[in-house]
Design a protein around this ligand. Sequence first.
Ligand SMILES: [Zn+2]
Length: 301
Amino acid sequence: MKKLPCIAYHASVLIICGHFAFANNAPRPFILQEMTWVDVRDYLKKNDMVIIPLGSTEQHGPHLPLGADFYEALEIAKRISEKTGVIVAPLAFAGYSESHMGFPGTISVKTDTLEQYVFECVRSLIAHGFKKILFFNFHGGNNIVQANLIHRINHTTSATAIAIGIGGTIRKDVPADAYEKFFDWHAGLGETSLLLFLTPELVRMERVENPTLQFRFTKEPQKMKELFEKNPGLAKVWEEQIGVPEQTGKGGASHEFSSNGIWSLNDVTKSNAELGKKRVDAMVQSIAEFIEEWKKSGSSN
Ligand SMILES: [Zn+2]
C-alpha cells in the first residue's frame, strides 16, 4: 500500500479521532513540557484548563522513593489527562517538607518561596489564555501553599483556581477506614499500595519494616484511637503537633516520632497494587467527572 504523505496521514487521524481538540499527533496524556507552542496555541482555542500537580521530594521510609508524592501527583494527573484531554503542567519537584529534614535526601522549600514561584509560573499560563487552574496536590505539607495560591489567583487575576487533590473536596478516594487502622498518613499501607500500582519499579518491598512510633502526647500509639474517640478535641491538638519542624520543640518532626520515617500503625508489609489501583481509579473517575461538568457548564473562567 502506498504510504500516505505525512500531512494527509495526520489529517486522516484527525477525522478518525475527531475528539482530539487540536490538530497535532501529540499522544495523551498532554504534558506541557512535551508539547510545542503550536500544540498549546491550538489547545487554547478549545480548552482553557490546566492541571498543576504538586508533590514533594522527601523521605518516604526505607522502601519508597524520595519523589513519592511528586510521582503520585504526576502519574494520577496523567491518567486524568488521558481521560479528559486536559493539559498537565508539572512546575515543581519539591514542596514544603521541613518536618522530614531529619532524613537524608529530603528537600524543603519555604512556603512563601514555593507560593511565589508557582504563582509566577501560573501567571505565565494565564497570560497565554489558561483560565481554569486545577491544582492536583498530593502532599499535605503543601496545603497551606495551595490555599494561598488559590486565594491569590482568584482575587488578583482573571483565572479561577481550585484544588482537585489533597486539600480540596473534589477527589474521591477509597474510604480510609476500608484499609486504615486509624493512622496511616505517610509511606504507610495506603501510600505504598499506590506506588506499587503507579511506579512498582521504584518500590523496595524487601526493605519494609513497620516503624516504632513514639508521640509525646501518649506513649502508646495503639491506644490513641480510643482516647481520641472519647476526646475528639485532643485529636485536633495532636494533629497540630505532628509533622512540624524539629525546631518547634514539640517532638513532631518525622525523625523524632518515627523510627524509619513511616507514619503508620498498619502492617505496611500487606501493601498491595490492587488497593493502589482501586484508589487511583476512584480518584481519576471522580475528578474526570468534575472536569467534564465544569467544561459543560460553559463558564468562561
Ligand atoms: Zn507521600
